[in-house]
Design a protein around this ligand. Structure first.
Ligand code: BDR
Length: 307
């Protein structure tokens, strides 16, 4: 998993950790995104300590390949995770996400799936520095981009906009990609009532998720205060339950120009064009009822596991 853990990522990580019988998580690499690399790394270690998990953490890129670093403090709060205070007891495993990724991937007999849900800086550096890993990557389940529109600019989604050159390298790499863009993640989340239920819970994990998600409801990106997307959980949920999603393979190119469209994932949504399976699988729709049910069940399951 490659991330800068903001609120939705924490929920995504809980979903992943509740499913360790299905997912063998080799490690988490961090990347600067909503906050500095130091804060996002500390937040990751904090959550893993909170969950009593021994997953390895490697610190990654401090900023994008070329553009100046921007943060998203307004969305995730001053400390990067809805101002929730986590303990930081766990130690960092490695200071170098790129060599960590290479070593972890090459040590496996089977191919490895990476789930990048932040700017794609670490993954681009991995591809360019150690191209020998490319054939050992089964899939990149990416949260980023959108078939149309954006959230950070009218045409760009935050993770891709934050490092468009890195995203271009990744989308051009020919590694199989599943893209969870805003077009699907904006309909992939929980209702206000779901979060209220989590807030009432006496279980430590579900209650924590309720508290950090509650922070989201302050954001003006949330539809009239009744529903919050949980973008990053989409990429993990896809790995667990791909049948919840509809999709189409299409060409996706990242606009790296300096104009209004910088960071736009230009997806060929023309209906009469058919791309084969070597092109990114772009998620288009989700069974929201099942998504909510599975996500909530798993958060409550973690309560039981962490007693
Ligand atoms: C992305 O930006 C972040 O705020 C979310 O965690 C998600 O990864 C959505 O644009």
């Amino acid at each position: 998993m490659d991330c800068y853990p903001g609120i939705d990522y924490f929920v995504a990580l809980c979903l992943a950790i509740a499913n360790l019988d299905k997912l063998n998580i080799l490690g988490i690499t961090t990347v600067a995104g909503n906050q500095t690399i130091e804060k996002v790394t500390d937040n990751t270690l904090g959550l893993l300590s909170f969950l009593d998990s021994d997953i390895k953490v490697a610190k990654g890129a401090k900023g994008p390949l070329i553009r100046e670093k921007r943060q998203a403090i307004n969305v995730h709060g001053e400390n990067g995770v809805g101002d929730y205070q986590f303990p930081k007891i766990k130690e960092l495993y490695s200071n170098n996400a790129v060599t960590f990724l290479r070593d972890a991937i090459l040590a496996q007999e089977d191919k490895v799936t990476i789930c990048p849900v932040g700017p794609l800086t670490n993954i681009a550096l991995l591809i360019k520095t150690f191209p020998e890993v490319v054939d050992k990557i089964e899939l990149l389940s990416i949260m980023g981009g959108a078939t149309v529109g954006g959230n950070t600019t009218p045409t760009a989604e935050f993770n891709v906009w934050a490092d468009p050159e890195a995203a271009r390298i990744v989308f051009d790499s020919k590694i199989p990609i599943v893209m969870s863009g805003l077009n699907v993640t904006h309909s992939t989340g929980l209702y206000r009532e779901d979060v209220n239920e989590l807030l009432k819970s006496t279980g430590k994990v579900s209650r924590m998720c309720g508290e950090i998600l509650n922070f989201y409801f302050r954001g003006d990106h949330v539809k009239a205060g009744t529903f919050t997307p949980i973008h990053d959980a989409c990429s993990i949920m896809y790995l667990l339950y791909p049948q919840l999603y509809s999709f189409k393979h299409m060409d996706v190119t990242v606009d790296c120009s300096e104009g209004l469209n910088r960071g736009n994932t230009v997806a060929d949504i023309r209906e009469w064009f058919n791309y084969d399976e070597t092109y990114p699988k772009v998620l288009l729709g989700v069974d929201l009822e099942k998504f909510r049910e599975i996500l909530l069940q798993n958060l409550y399951k973690l309560d039981d596991m962490s007693k």
